[in-house]
Design a protein around this ligand. Sequence first.
Ligand code: FAD
Length: 446
Amino acid sequence: MSSAIGNQAVVVGAGIGGLAAARALADSFERVVVVERDTLPPDPVQRAGTPQAKHAHVLLAGGQRALSDAFPGFEDDLVRSGAVPLKVDLDTRRERPGYDPFPRRDFGWLVYSMSRPLIEFVLRTRVQQLANVTLRDRCRAVAAEVAPDGTTIAAVRCATADGQGETIPADILVDSTGSGRLTLDVLRRLGGVPEQTAIEVDVGYATAVFAVPGAASDWKSVMTFPDVPTSTRGALLLPLESNRWMVTAIGRFGDKPPGDRLGFLAFAAELRTPTIFDAIERAEWVGGVQRFAFPASVRRHFERLESFPRGLLPFGDAICCFNPVYGQGMSVAAQEACRLRELLAARAGDSDPLAGLGPAFFNEAQVLIETPWTMAASLDFAYPQTGGQRPKDLASTLAFGRALMRLAAHDPAVHELTLEVLHLLKPLSVYRDPELVRRVFATFDA
Ligand SMILES: Cc1cc2nc3c(=O)[nH]c(=O)nc-3n(C[C@H](O)[C@H](O)[C@H](O)COP(=O)(O)OP(=O)(O)OC[C@H]3O[C@@H](n4cnc5c(N)ncnc54)[C@H](O)[C@@H]3O)c2cc1C
């Protein structure tokens, strides 16, 4: 550990973003304090501050590799805690219109399936092992305090469980609250909130957990995609630790999955294929049905602001909150943490390493966000009901995507490339390769 950059970094929020950010900061600050409003449980269980954790959380390979870089042995930790290894794209039955299932091939790479509380528990345990990081739960950040110069963050004011309250000094304050409220409050006080882009997707989730029945199947996980744009119904069946399945049913606009067992089953029975319904119809329920409403994806353009408070860094969902159906948020947060760590290391020798850190980080984050955001946007706007600024080339992008899938179904190398983009291992720009474009266009005539 070196203290090249500052004495104390404070991270607000011990979700995936906050934990990953704490790891990134630990190399460059004497101390890192993570404050979390919830009581942090000693086990992988739900907590109030992350209600989304009751629903399926897919950790893409891009996020998994970023977390493994930050915490060597992370994948082994997941498996030891009960996560289920899945061979991409062999163990998952992906059902797309025209391909029920999409060809299943073994590309030799593994992802892991587990509950979101388990991912967080493994990360939290690793962060707790870092000598210079302290996790303080039942400590709710109320406001960021600005130094007398009016442009530098000095501390964060917190409400603590004993009712006394505390002001914690911070050379850098990372806002991993999910909402970004601390950052937006400061920017409002200082006179400029960022522009934002929103895509009104109006998605509804309903999730139930089942004991895995004895009968064997030739898959470990199932994804059933809707027939866009005529249907919005899709579902995901994931294996969890402790021999359970989590089934998340997804709908949009006027067709959201209901919150009772009978309604949940009826919704599943009307999916495009019977695979998930057949799997759960007679399975034993573990608990009831949980619902979640997600109105809009939101991307905040901090990079467009002319100036930004020194020592303040919004992070993860506070910068960009993705439509959850594509499973991108945790992975982008993990990748942001890798970039932050590299940025801090590169600045360690500078006379003022924190000068301009915010804008430099936002530029890096924008590059990471571009692929998942653009990919999700074109799929979301395929529904005419989706609100927001439609890309001008939407029709041709969607046609290209359909043709690319046709090619991927026949060609294992193209199939693997599409998975690498989907899992955030490669940028969307790889699809501009002239030879690939020629082959994709050739399928239009086939
Ligand atoms: C329904 C749903 C399903 C999703 N599925 C996936 C998926 O499959 N794959 C994927 O990668 N992503 C998924 N996501 C997104 C994912 O949950 C987030 O992107 C990810 O958790 C990173 O978020 P974060 O750390 O920025 O915020 P969060 O994980 O939401 O954490 C914020 C933390 O800050 C704490 N906090 C908030 N305010 C304060 C305060 N004032 N003081 C102290 N603590 C505070 C909260 O208690 C919480 O612990 C899904 C999201 C939703 C809504």
